[in-house]
Design a protein around this ligand. Sequence first.
Ligand code: PLP
Length: 382
Amino acid sequence: MKKNYLLTPGPTPLPPEVCESLSRPIIHHRTPQFQSILKEAHEGLKYVFQTSNDVYILASSGTGGLESAVVNFLSPQDSVIVVDAGKFGERWTEICEAYGVKADVIKVKWGHAVDPKDIEARLKEGKGSVKAVFVTLCETSTGVATDIKAVGDVVKNTDAILVVDAVSGLGAIDLKSDAWNCDVVVSGSQKGLMLPPGLGFISVSSKAWKLAENSKCPKYYFSLKAARKAYASNDTPWTPAIGLVIALNEAIKLIKAQGLEKIFAWHHTMAEAVRAAARAIGLELFAPDAYSDVVTAVRVPPGVDGEKLVKAMRDTYGVTIAGGQSEMKGKIFRFAHMGYIGEFDIITGISCLEKVLAQMGYKFQMGAGVAAAQKVFLNSGI
Ligand SMILES: *Cc1c(COP(=O)(O)O)cnc(C)c1O
């Protein structure tokens, strides 16, 4: 019987503890029982976000969190800087434009990371008028991570707030929200946090709250002031996604049992194995100098149809990876190693990739990728 493996940058596989919690009967949310669950979730999120700021839970996908970050702190005609190094950077610009916020876009070539000096230069050009800088922790469309610490260093002494899309990567790669001067950090449930889609998260610093006082963008469902008011009594303004919040606590328990440092090291090993495997079978990494430890983008070799490759892996063998988006459609594939993923998931994924590549006529030494990944695991001591 065909067995399914999910190696995509969202959704990611669910641990059994999370699945079990999702099968429990529903409870009512305006009860002391749920309030103590919500309190535990709020505290747990602070641990994962590495922040002492409040983290609000939204019933939305990650993009709802991104929209909240625009509408709660800005007004139409405000000037902001957006780093666009792929699909998700582009999304920041689109949301800003939808609300009449003026985005000064720093366009970064796909497969590269922004140079924090470029942000510094734009901030200087803006002469104090820039209200916010929008960046992406891991640009999922290219597999490239941003040096958030360095960006935080250039934004912290200005009037602008630093807003980070950490939907992809939070809980899997390091993001020290407070220590790295991030004012607003947005995440979602279906990536590093090992949950189904449906929850958005957003943390807010005191600098960002000050900006919120003058914000005139229209908002209702995503009003963070309403969320803050309810948060004080471990409540939410609207009906929360009760079942997902209960599952969130299970996921956070698993994360805490390991500890963030160990989880980051684990993801690094998974990523090293995938990168080594790709190179061993003669494939080129899409971003050889600027990759992330949560998703690896690999160039499809000449003569191979990238879309067919991804489709065959999924439809014939049940191994789902992601193809390229927009300008990289058919030209790269993206192999994710985020969340509840272990070494033998990687081995399975690589061996499936090898099999389908061989079937498609690509010439390489069969098994070289698996061997290279095995070697990384052996030497890593996990
Ligand atoms: C997945 C993702 C999002 C959010 O997408 P949703 O589909 O709305 O959950 C945002 N940013 C990045 C970098 C992502 O990878």
